[in-house]
Design a protein around this ligand. Structure first.
Ligand code: HEC
Ligand code: HEC
Length: 277
């Protein structure tokens, strides 16, 4: 409702886009071409939520580049006024595209939207903020989550020993356990792991007679599949009807887990992994 105070007839024609939706106000149009000025209290709350939940993928200034796209230029947010277009994406996530879901209320999502709308769409933004620490979870709870969710494949004293030092930047650590091997910006930097840590996809080919051949997947399309066999040779098979091909993506379990994490779990597990020095 704060916007109502600015909604008197503007002296100049409204800026492009300002007339769309109910809230496009007048005089502030040039700095905020798409949105009326946001309520500062909402922006502050939204900034706090955004900073620990979204910034590590979408960038602290929401311009993307750390695994998530630019949100300021996103059509979703350009059309959004109070979080109504943002809410379904945040609450459901985009699991097959690498974004987890978050159990935020609509009020919290309006706050996030207010924060994102407070940036200018074009030009360099002075309100670029220093990224806050994303380590805000409870390490003890994270350890319990780890035991129930991760310990079937990983061990804190084994393969993940020192993971908190290996990924010195908690943002990179968080990206890596959420979506390992995603090859996003930040990997390979100091403390980052190289993609070589992720085992290659393998494939099992079952020939018409029932004979099986397994190996590292080199190439696959609708017609041919090529694998590197244990014998050290490349084998190429024509994919006719009798041939059965099973691909094994070693990261499949992780991809399946992504949509099941709550945001609390994400923070708690990261807080725990950071302690594995
Ligand atoms: C683990 C990384 C990650 C986190 C955390 C994350 N996102 Fe995303 N987000 C993505 C990816 C990846 C996409 C989809 C990119 C694509 O379209 O392929 C995406 C897409 C989106 C989109 C759709 C953009 C468009 O134009 O299609 C919105 C909106 C969005 N995210 C908002 C948020 C908000 C708000 C948060 C915090 C509550 C958040 N995201 C947290 C990775 C993330
Ligand atoms: C079903 C098995 C499985 C489960 C469950 C699983 N992971 Fe993984 N994880 C893998 C595989 C396979 C890889 C890729 C191989 C690798 O890098 O060690 C991987 C990679 C990782 C990496 C990257 C390791 C590196 O050195 O780059 C981290 C961190 C990680 N997982 C953390 C977790 C956490 C935290 C959980 C629980 C929330 C979890 N994983 C659940 C199998 C699993």
């Amino acid at each position: 409702m704060a916007a109502a105070a600015f909604a008197q007839a503007p002296a100049q024609p409204p800026a492009p886009g300002a007339g769309r939706g109910g809230r496009g106000g007048g005089g502030f149009g040039s700095a905020y071409p798409q949105h009326a000025p946001s309520d500062p209290a909402m922006v502050e709350r939204g900034k706090a939520i955004y900073g620990v939940n979204c910034a590590f993928c979408h960038g602290s200034d929401a311009r993307g580049g750390e695994g998530g796209p630019n949100l300021i230029r996103s059509q979703v947010l350009l059309n959004d006024q109070n979080g109504e277009h943002l809410a379904p994406i945040v609450q459901k996530g985009l699991p097959d595209r690498g974004m987890p879901k978050f159990d935020f209320s609509l009020a919290q999502i309006s706050d996030i939207a207010a924060f994102i709308h407070s940036f200018r769409v074009g030009g360099y933004d002075l309100s670029r903020m220093a990224p806050p620490s994303i380590v805000v979870g409870d390490a003890k709870a994270g350890e319990a989550d780890f035991q129930s969710r991760c310990a079937s494949c990983h061990s804190a004293a084994g393969d993940l020993k020192g993971v908190g030092s290996r990924f010195a930047d908690p943002k990179v650590l968080q990206q890596n356990w959420l979506v390992p091997g995603s090859g996003r910006a930040g990997r390979g930097g100091p403390g980052g792991a190289s993609a070589a840590n992720v085992p290659p996809a393998t494939v099992t080919v079952t020939l018409a007679g029932g004979k099986k051949m397994e190996g590292r997947l080199l190439r696959i399309d609708d017609f041919l599949v090529t694998l590197a066999g244990a014998d050290g040779f490349e084998h190429t098979f024509r994919r006719d009807g009798a041939l059965r091909v099973e691909e094994h993506d070693p990261l499949e379990p992780h991809k399946k887990l992504l949509p099941t994490y709550s945001d609390k779990e994400i923070h708690d597990v990261t807080a725990y992994l950071v302690t594995l020095k």
